[in-house]
Design a protein around this ligand. Structure first.
Ligand SMILES: Cc1cc2nc3c(=O)[nH]c(=O)nc-3n(C[C@H](O)[C@H](O)[C@H](O)COP(=O)(O)OP(=O)(O)OC[C@H]3O[C@@H](n4cnc5c(N)ncnc54)[C@H](O)[C@@H]3O)c2cc1C
Length: 495
């Protein structure tokens, strides 16, 4: 039995803690915030009409088996803790120019039929061809990448002989390139491009292998947790506590002691005595770990290509808008949005909030989250990260957040959904707010942007691991939960 400290109570940290405690380790979780869940945040607003409950982060859960596996590995059943509900359509896509919307679903034949009905037979046939390729990429990545540690380019290279399926899509090709090659309809290209943002990347730079992301979503479905996705954080906390994990909130780790190349423990802000540990699992962003928490900061170069961030509006509305659960309103010029959000630091072109962004709106049809006769909207727009660098925006500049919130509501109105006269209240969350709340540097949602090779789970000292969205295999709830599985398996019961 080892003494294990997990730094951070995001989904990755809690899932690792529960798995390790279930194998007999003595586990302590240290979380800087006052609550657990990290980016899986929540916000409640009381009004005279009643309370509105919002998820401030994730709104779509995919790969439910990953979560069933997690609960089972800790000796429990997910259904005893969470109320999973399928979402259909998974996403309603509304394209520029006023043509038909396209509803995605978890039945590939039905989705192809919907594409055919909306955009014609050729578009449907294109999609089905792409789909066959996507299936091979998904199988290869699921088998060889998502469930095992990948520590270096050499590990990826060693897999190359098994990754014929990945090679089949063309090494070095981007997601954009894949769409150009296979999809003749510009609307389907947009739909495919958007999946790059699930890893915080620009589709013009993201690897084509990310076609596995829509494959997983549109094969295994999109899911909601009744009561809000935040109930996952409650469930993981309960599971941890039941297994004897000690969870301390308002506990900021300022340093990981790793003299002599092995971990000895951690230091807490405001506490002189170190907390001893045989193993430390860092659920903080990899950049934070390497820059701030280790005695000799290093390996920053690969960590500075940051993912995009999000600008969030939480809206309390009267009435019923008739929207689907998840809705995407695409802009006329998708590339202009990515140009704005990432800027071109190499050419000195600053990032800026996109004037005409894609707008993602979630409206859960769940009486628990809003008063009768009202709606609780979560609105998400891709945004530059917070900071003063060329590729960032100073989101604390007076007036900027409110002005951009106005702009986003105007954009929605221009796209046919005007809610400005139905507002009970609006709450704005910028990338700077996410940085404050979760310690994600600049509010980047996914750590580094995009690539297949992310910071390794094994850290630079004996007994140190990284878990969560900024490390292997990547961001998003199922990926960080797989990250926890990789780390817990790697540590093993016998440490
Ligand atoms: C707006 C938004 C929308 C999203 N939408 C989706 C979606 O629809 N579907 C989906 O699957 N995913 C979505 N995601 C991504 C998903 O939320 C994340 O990938 C996931 O929650 C990250 O989990 P994590 O384990 O990496 O930890 P994090 O959530 O990053 O948590 C890390 C924890 O470490 C703590 N910490 C940091 N520094 C310290 C320190 N020094 N000491 C102690 N504790 C520390 C933080 O406070 C935090 O609680 C979204 C995220 C955001 C922000």
């Amino acid at each position: 039995m080892a003494r294990i400290v997990v730094v951070g109570a995001g989904v990755g940290g809690l899932a690792t803690a529960a798995r390790l405690a279930a194998t007999g380790h003595q586990v302590t979780v240290l979380e800087r915030a006052g609550t657990v869940g990290g980016k899986l945040g929540r916000y409640v607003r009381d009004t005279p009409a009643g309370a509105f409950h919002f998820d401030t982060g994730p709104s779509l859960l995919t790969l439910p088996d990953v979560f069933h596996d997690l609960f089972e590995a800790t000796g429990a059943k997910l259904d005893e803790y969470l109320d999973l509900a399928p979402v259909d359509p998974i996403v309603r896509h509304v394209f520029p120019g006023g043509g038909p919307a396209l509803d995605s679903c978890a039945d590939p034949a039905e989705f192809a039929a919907r594409i055919g009905a909306a955009f014609g037979d050729r578009a449907a046939a294109d999609w089905q061809r792409l789909w066959r390729r996507a299936a091979r990429v998904w199988q290869a990545s699921h088998r060889d990448i998502l469930r095992r540690p990948i520590d270096s380019p050499l590990d990826l290279a060693a897999l190359a002989w098994r990754l014929g399926d990945l090679a089949a899509i063309g090494p070095g090709r981007t997601l954009r390139g894949l769409g150009r090659r296979h999809l003749s309809d510009p609307r389907l290209r947009m739909l495919l491009d958007r999946y790059a943002t699930y890893t915080g990347a620009d589709p013009r730079r993201a690897p084509a292998a990310l076609v596995a992301v829509p494959y997983a979503e549109l094969t295994f479905g999109g899911w909601y947790l009744r009561g809000g996705l935040g109930t996952l954080a409650d469930a993981l906390l309960t599971r941890c506590l039941d297994l004897g994990v000690v969870v301390r909130t308002d506990a900021t780790v300022t340093r990981i002691d790793a003299a002599g190349g092995r971990v000895h423990g951690v230091r807490l802000r405001g506490v002189t005595a170190p907390i001893p540990a045989d193993v430390v699992v860092a659920n903080v962003d990899a950049l934070t770990l390497y820059r701030d928490l280790l005695p000799s900061p290093r390996r920053l170069t690969g960590l500075t290509d940051r993912s995009l961030a999000g600008f969030v509006l939480l809206l309390g509305l009267t009435g019923d808008s008739g929207l689907a659960h998840h809705n995407v309103f695409f802009p006329g010029d998708y590339d202009a949005e990515f140009d704005a959000v990432f800027g071109h630091p190499g050419r000195g072109v600053r990032a800026r909030p996109a004037a005409d962004p894609t707008v993602f709106v979630t409206v859960a049809d769940d009486p628990v989250v809003r008063p009768a006769g009202h709606e609780a909207w979560f609105v998400l727009v891709n945004a530059p990260r917070h900071g003063t660098a060329t590729g960032a925006v100073d989101w604390r500049r007076p007036g900027l957040a409110e002005a951009y919130a106005d702009r986003v509501l105007d954009v929605l109105a221009e796209r046919g959904v005007d809610v400005r006269d139905r507002l009970v209240f609006r709450e704005v969350r910028t990338p700077a707010d996410l940085d404050d709340a979760t310690g994600a540097p600049g509010g980047s949602i996914y750590g580094t942007a995009g690539g297949l090779l992310r910071p390794a789970n094994r850290g630079p000292a004996h007994g140190l691991w990284l878990v969560g969205g900024s490390s292997h295999p990547g961001g998003g709830l199922p990926m960080v939960t797989l990250s926890a599985q990789i780390v817990a398996d790697d540590i093993g019961p016998a440490w």
